[in-house]
Write a protein that binds this ligand. Sequence first.
Ligand code: NAG
Ligand code: NAG
Length: 953
Amino acid sequence: MGSAIWSLLLVVFLQIYIIAATTDAGDSTALKSLAAEWENVPPSWVGGDPCGDGWVGISCTDSRVTSIILPSMNLVGRLSGDISTLSELQQVDLSYNKGLTGSLPASIGNLKNLTNLILVGCGFNGPIPDAIGSLSQLKYLSLNSNGFTGPIPPSIGHLSNLVWLDLADNQLEGPIPVSNGSAPGLDMLIHTKHFHFGKNKLSGQIPAQLFSSHMSLIHLLFESNELTGSLPSTLGLVQTLEVVHFDNNSLNGHLPLNLSSLLNVQDLSLSNNKLTGPLPDLTGMNSLNTLYLSNNSFDLADVPSWFPALQALTTLMMEHTQLQGQVPATFFELPNLQTVVLKGNRLNGTLEIGPSFSNQLKTIDLQYNSITGFNDRGRTYKFDIILVDNPVCTARETTSTYCELPPSNSSPYLTPPSKTCPCSSGQISSPSCGCAYPYTGTLKFRALLFSDFGNLTRYKELEQSLGQFFLSHQLPVDSVSLSYPKRASFEYRLLLDLAVFPSGQKSFNRTGISMIASVFSNQTFKPPKELFGPYVFDGDEYEHFSDEPANSKKSSIAIKIGATAGASVLFLLLVLVGIYAYRQKKRAERATKESNPFAHWDSKKSSGSIPQLKGARCFSFEELKKYTNNFSEANDIGSGGYGKVYRGTLPSGELIAIKRAQQRSMQGGLEFKTEIELLSRVHHKNVVSLLGFCFERGEQMLIYEYVPNGSLSDSLSGKSGIRLDWTRRLKITVGAARGLAYLHELANPPIIHRDIKSTNILLDERLNAKVADFGLSKPMGDSEKGHVTTQVKGTMGYLDPEYYMTQQLTEKSDVYSFGVLMLEIVTARKPIERGKYIVREVRLAMDKTKSLYNLQEILDASIGLAATPKGLEMFVDLAMSCVEESGANRPTMSEVVKEIENIMQLAGMNPNAESASGSATYEEATKGGSLHPYSDDSFAYSGVFPASKIEPQ
Ligand SMILES: *[C@@H]1O[C@H](CO)[C@@H](O)[C@H](O)[C@H]1NC(C)=O
Ligand SMILES: *[C@@H]1O[C@H](CO)[C@@H](O)[C@H](O)[C@H]1NC(C)=O
C-alpha cells in the first residue's frame, strides 16, 4: 500500500517536473545529442532541463540556449551536426579540448544568430565547410591550432560583420581567395581587423586585389606559408595596419616603394623569403618598432641612410641580407634601440658607436662581416658587441671581449626567482604561498614591441594586469604567476607559461575553468598594448575539478528533488548541505595539514624520520665547510642558475663535488626529499652517484662523486684539451647509452632523465661516460606505465618534438635526445648552431650512396676522417633512427646499446673491455682549465612552477 502511494507521488512529481522544465524541448534534445557524442561531459549535464538545472557552460534566454562555453573541459569526441538545431545560439567556445576531432558539420551554417565561433586548439580536421559563409552575424571566428585542411572557403567573404578571423596553425592550402564576379573573397571583409593565417600551407601569389583603402585591418599575419610572387603595392593602401608578418614564405621580387606609407606599422616581418632589389626608404614610419628582414637577397649598395630616421626602432634583424659599407654611428643613438643583428653581411670599415648611444642597448651582433676595426673610445660597454669572424678579430692575437661569443649565462633568458613553498604532490605553490591546483597554459606572443627579454619589469606588469583583469571581472582567482621568458620559436616571439590560482579553495570548479579559459580563447584579456602584440593562448587540460563527478551528480539530483518535492524535503536538503559543507571544511583542513609533510622532517631533527636512502648519507654543514676549506674560491669549480659547485676532499682523500643551492633556487623540503630518495637509489658505473646531502641551516646541498674530466661538451668543443678520436667517441657513447638504459629499464622506479645533453655527460679519469644531472628527471610510477603527461621541460635542440607537442613523456623522449647527442658526438656541433638544427642538417646532406654518406662537410675532422672510421655510417644510421619523428619508431636504449656494441666490434674494439685508454696524460692538459662538470642551469633546484627548462642554445 505504502509503496503504491510512493509511486503515485513519484508520477505526480515527475509530471510537475516536466511541466516545470524551462528549456525548449528541441534545444534540450540537441544538447543531449551533443553530449551523446562526447566523453567527459560535465557531471552537471543530467536531467532534462539544461536551462533550469544550470548545466555548466550553458546559458539561456527565454528557454532558448544562447551559448555553449566549454573550454578546457577535456571533452573527447565529435561535434554533432545537431548543434544546428540550436537556432538561437550566439556563442560557441569549445577551445582547448584537444580530444574534439572530426570535421565541422556543414549544418553549422544554419546558426543564423551565431556571433562567436571559437574552437582554438582542438583536434578538428577536414575542410572548413563552405556553409560557414552563411553565418551572417559572425563577428569572431577562431579556428586556429586545429588540423583543418583544404582551401580557405571563399564564402568567408560574405561575413560582413567579421572583426576577428583566425585560421592560423592549420594545414590549409591553396590560394588566398579574392572576389571575382559573383564569387566572394577575403577582399570583401572591410570591417575585419584581424587576418591571422600564419603557419598553414597557403600557396600562390598574394592577389593585389586583396587589399584596399577601405579595409580596417590592424593585424595581417601570413607568416610560415608557401606564398610566392611579390608583395603587392596595394598593401600600402591599408593605412590601419599595425603588425604585418610575411616571413618564412617564398616571396620574391622588389618590395613596394609605398611601404613607408604604412605609418602605423609597429612590427614588420619579412625575414626568410627570396626578396630582391633595393629596400624602399622607410623614413616616416615613426611607429616602426621591430623590423625583421633577415635572409633575403636584397641589392643594397650601402647601409640605408634612413636607418637613423626610424625613431621608434627597438629591434633590427638583418642577417644575411647583402648589406655593405659602414653602419653609421648615429644609428646606435636611436633612443629605444635594444637589439641590432646584422650577422653575415659585408659590412666593412671601423665600427663606431656614437657617444650618446641608446641606453637600452643589449646586443649589437655583427658576426661574419668584414669589419676591420672597432673604435671603443676607451669605454667598456655594458651591452654585448659581437665581432666574432670579422678581420678585426681574426687578425689580432688579443682576445677582446667583443671577439668572443658572450657566455651563455648572459643570455637574456632568466630563471624565475622561484618562491616555492612545500606543497603536497601535484599541488603547486601560488605566489602567495598557498598550495593549490592552478589552471595552466602557455601565452604565445606573435609580436612584441621589445627584444630585451631580460627586463623583468615587463613580465611583472603583464602579471599584474592579468591579476587586475581577473579581479575586476570577479573571477574566482587568487593570484596569477608567469614564468619568465624561457623560449622563443620561429612562429612566436615569446612564450610564457601561465598559472592561475583559485581563490579560497584548492582547485577550480568547471564553471571557474570555463570562465577563465574563455577569457583567453575570446581574447577578452588584452595585454599592455605598448609592449605585447597579438597572442594566442594554449590552455592545458585541467584534471582537478573541485566538482568531481561523484559529488556533483549527487548534488544536482538532490537539487532537482528539492525543487519539485516541496518544503519538507527542502529542509532535509538544507541539513544535508550543512553536513556536506562541514565535511568539506574538515577535508580542507586535513588537506592543509597534508600539504606540509616536511614539517615532520626538518633540519633540526633530521635524524628523526629521515628520507629512505640507499647508500647516501647526511652530511653536516660543519663537515662540508671543513672539506671545502670554508667553501673557498679555490674550490669553486662551477656555477649555474641554481648556485655553485664546490670540490671537497674527504678525510680519506676521496674527492667529492658539492652542489650548493643558492637561496632563491631552493626547492620545497618535500621536493628535496623526493629527489634525494630518488637519486640515492641509482647505482650504476655510467651514472654519477649521489654520496649524500646536507639539509641544515637553511641550506640544500647534494654531494656527488667527483668526476675529474669535465663534461663531454667541454671535450667536443676543445675546451678541456682532451682529444676524442673515433674509438674514444664510441666508448663514451656506449657508456652514456648504458647509463641511460639502466635508468630506463633497471632503476626502481624507472627514471626518465628528460635532459640528456652533452653538458650532462661527464667523463671520469678513464674517459668512462657518466650520466649526470637528474634535475628534471621523472620517476615512472606503476600507475603511469607508458607515459606521463607533464609540462614540457628539457633543453632546446635536444627536445623531442613529439613530447613537445603531446606533452606525453616516455622513455622515447630520452632516446630522441640521445640521437641528437650522437650527432653532436660525430659532428662536434651544438644541436642548434647559427640557427641550424643538426638533425635537419644531417638529414638534408645525407646521401647513402656516397662514402661517409657524403657528410664530410658536417663531420668533425678530428675524428680522423681520412682513415674512414669503421662503422661511422652505422653510427649515423643509429642516431637517425633515434630521432625518428614518432617515438614508436625509435629503438629502446638497450637496443641502442647493442647496436653501438656491434659498431665497436666492427671498429676492432672489445665493447666489454674495461677501459684501456686511460687519460692520465690529459689530466695535465686540463689542469688550470676551468672544469664545470656540474655547472648546468638545469639542476634540481628549478622551481616547481614556473620551471620549464627550455633554454635557447
Ligand atoms: C666598404 O665597402 C664599400 C662597398 O663595397 C666600398 O665602396 C668601400 O670602399 C669599403 N670601405 C672600406 C673602408 O673598405
Ligand atoms: C624595463 O621595462 C619597463 C616597462 O616595460 C620600462 O619602463 C623600463 O624602462 C625598462 N628598464 C630598462 C632598464 O630598460
